[in-house]
Design a protein around this ligand. Structure first.
Ligand code: UDP
Ligand code: MG
Length: 136
């Protein structure tokens, strides 16, 4: 039984600034992800606030939105079997210190805020987040 899904990945400003996008895209391909769509964009703080609205009440919300809008990002629509969960596994824990060996955040993340990649956390959120960046 195949369960092909799509999920949203973002290569965050810290990784784009260090020119890691090709390396990170290769990591997705090595794990069987197909890149369906991608674009490099620089979003405003207001757009970042919309994207991260679920975190509105968190103490890190303002800094997070400032950060995501601080420089160019690469947004990717990734497809494979169980894409949402497989991408979360490949990314690793939110804090690079806690991320397992071989995960993207372990390899490339600098700190809990500059953790190099975003990935949708559920199938429903993947749809919402892909719409946000690709169908507007
Ligand atoms: N974040 C942060 N400080 C925290 C927790 C999260 O700066 O204490 C940032 C971090 O960049 C993270 C993003 O907020 O990737 C969204 O947090 P979430 O808990 O959804 O983690 P994720 O789903 O990205 O692993
Ligand atoms: Mg999250």
């Amino acid at each position: 039984m195949s369960n092909i899904e799509r999920t949203l990945s973002i290569i965050k400003p810290d990784a784009v600034q260090r020119n890691l996008q090709d390396q990170i895209k290769q990591e997705f391909k090595n794990k069987g992800f197909e890149i369906i769509e991608e674009k490099k964009i620089h979003i405003s703080k207001e757009e970042a606030e919309k994207f991260y609205k679920v975190h509105e009440t968190k103490p890190f919300y303002n800094d997070l939105c400032k950060y995501l809008s601080s420089g160019p990002i690469i947004v990717l629509s990734l497809q494979r079997e169980n894409a949402v969960m497989e991408n979360r596994k490949l990314m690793g824990a939110t804090n690079p210190i806690d991320a397992k060996e071989g995960t993207l955040r372990k390899k490339y993340g600098i700190s809990i805020d500059k953790n190099s990649v975003h990935g949708s956390d559920s199938i429903d959120n993947a749809k919402i987040e892909l719409d946000f960046f690709f169908n507007r």
